[in-house]
Every structure is written in C-alpha cells, then in structure tokens.
Write a protein that binds this ligand. Structure first.
Ligand code: SF4
Length: 328
C-alpha cells in the first residue's frame, strides 16, 4: 500500500490561504509521516506544530489546541470534513493506493446470492469507487452507492458513526459491500438489516459481518442488563466538536426520574484509567463517540452504553425497536 498525502493540493491550498503558523492533525496510523509533511509545510516558510493528541475521526478537530497555540489554520490529514466548526480547517483526505483487482475477484463468490448491491467506502478509497462500481456492473450486479446524508462528505462515503446513507437505500438492495476495514463494516452491520460483506483491502480478505454482529448484539444486551442493575451512573461527554450524541441535561433528568443517581463527567478522551477512577460509578452512558461503547466492550470492566441503549435500559425504548432501526 502506498499513501498519497495529496502534496500538491496541500501546497496549493497553503499558498492560497497564506497561514503563518499551522497545527497539523494526523489520523492515527499516519502519525509516523510527520517529518515529511513538516518539510513540505516549512519549505513555504510556515511554522508547523503537530498535535500529539489522538485523532480517530474528523469529529476531532483540535480547535482548543489551535487557539491556545495561536495558529491561523488547522491542517487535518486522513479524514473528510465532518461538521462545520468555527475555525479555519484544511482537510487533506489521503488516498490509499492499492491494486484492488484480486480482492474484487475474490468477492464475487461471496455475492453470488445477491443481485443488488449497496456500496460504501471509507474515505481513503474514494478515488477507486468508480472502478469498483464498473467491476461489479460488468459482473451482472446492480450497484447503488449509499446516500450522502448527515456527516457523510460524499455519496458512498461512510464514517464510523454515520450510517443513515446506508439506511436510506437498504430497501432497494440485497446486501451491502463495504470497502475498507472492519471498523466501518461492523458499524454498518449494526446499523442495517441487510447482510454486510467487508472487502478488507488491508488484509486481502472478504468477510461477512453476520457473526460479529450477533456477538456484539449479545454484548450490548449484557451491558444493558448490568446498567439496569446499577444505581450510580456517570454520563460521559467529550469536548470534541463532532462528538455530541445526545443532550446530557435531558439524560440526567431521565435517569434520575428512573431512580438512578447520575452525574455528568467530561473527558477529552474516554480511557479505562479515567473510568476506573470513578470507582463508585457502577455504569456509564457516553454521549461521545458511539463506537467507544460498541467496540471496546472488552476494554472496560464496567458497562458503558450509548444514548439509545440507555433509553432501552430505563424502559423508554425497546431493544427490538433499536435493533430493527440500527443500534448505530
Ligand atoms: S464520533 Fe467516533 S465514529 Fe464518529 S467520526 Fe468521531 S471517532 Fe469516528
């Protein structure tokens, strides 16, 4: 795999915007490229500082760091624009240059029972999507890209917490094909009812997400049950601009009305250590990235629910209803 950091776009945009000092955010996985990027930026006479904070998604726009450092611009590598923020941000999406011909051929037997395919990709594969669509159409499939809805930047684009674009086309497709890695495909499998097939382009593997979906749903039910038994609840909020999945005040009132004691806790990032320090809190609900609760079950010794799951735990929603509509 080769990464294309879109150097020409970067240089062109920096020359146009003329910042004196920039804060660079690199997605996890590309932080090792800081030196070469620094050389490109500094060659233009621009001072450049790299954020060492984690950057899992485009929801993490480091506005507070940028303001504290007095930079004119944030350069955010590895994600597409997610939300509008009150600070200048240049997004450089970064392309994964891969030869997908082998994995595409490998996927055909997995799709033999499906004629109509819903297709989605994580941002690094956007440049390949027309070729992928053409390939499947030549192999007799009807292909529909997921809709551009909510925080998706393009038709077909998915992030780990925005699956409404897939839901919008699900009635017209037999299955979904996700180009990328397990993170996005697993989210899709929890969001839609139709089968989800992952083309794991990094491991050259084609996999159904059905088994993993069932495993996660069982874990979620277990966590909801534990949450029901808990008296002391912590509501976790993060300060990242794109991580506001619910109203903490309203949730606090609902939990108290349901007989729980609850407090609101802010964190810059949820980690097991921080959770453990609140040792009297028996269960948490997090309004930050929903994937923390869904993906990191094994990492946390206490149950952590999403907002939707908390509603199930206090009897405001039914489990069947949220599974039917997608738990993400
Ligand atoms: S909230 Fe979570 S899933 Fe959504 S973009 Fe941020 S890190 Fe990704």
């Amino acid at each position: 795999m080769t990464l294309d950091f879109e150097k020409e776009t970067l240089i062109k945009e920096l020359k146009k915007r003329k910042p004196k000092k920039v804060l660079v955010q690199l997605a996890e996985g590309i932080k090792q490229n800081a030196h070469e990027i620094s050389e490109w930026i500094e060659s233009l006479g621009i001072e450049c500082i790299f954020s060492g904070e984690s950057c899992w998604g485009a929801c993490s726009v480091a506005i507070q760091e940028a303001q504290a450092l007095g930079v004119d611009l944030i350069v955010h590598f590895g994600h597409a624009k997610f939300i509008d923020v009150d600070f200048p941000v240049l997004y450089i999406e970064v392309k994964d240059i891969l030869d997908l011909s082998s994995i595409l051929k490998k996927s055909i037997p997995h799709l033999k029972n499906y004629k109509k395919i819903g297709l989605s990709y994580s941002i690094q594969h956007r440049h390949d999507i027309q070729k992928i669509k053409d390939f499947y159409e030549k192999n007799g499939k009807q292909v529909t890209l997921s809709k551009k809805v909510g925080t998706n930047a393009y038709e077909g684009h998915i992030t780990g917490c925005e699956y409404r674009g897939l839901k919008a086309i699900q009635e017209g497709v037999d299955c979904f094909v996700i180009i990328g890695n397990q993170f996005h495909a697993m989210g899709a499998a929890l969001a839609v009812k139709k089968p989800v097939i992952l083309l794991d382009v990094y491991n050259d593997e084609v996999r159904s997400m059905a088994g993993l979906r069932e495993k996660i749903l069982k874990q979620r039910l277990f966590s909801i049950e534990k949450f029901r038994e808990a008296k002391n609840i912590g509501i976790i909020i993060e300060i990242k601009p794109g991580q506001k999945f619910g109203n903490p005040r309203k949730l606090l009132e609902k939990l108290r009305a349901a007989g729980k004691k609850a407090v609101v806790i802010t964190m810059s990032e949820v980690t097991p250590d921080k959770i453990m320090n609140f040792y009297n809190v028996e269960a948490f609900v997090e309004l930050a990235c929903p994937r923390i609760a869904l993906d990191d079950f094994a990492k946390y010794p206490k149950p952590i629910l999403t907002m939707l799951e908390a509603m199930v735990a206090i009897g405001e929603r039914s489990w069947n209803e949220i599974v039917e509509n997608g738990i993400v």
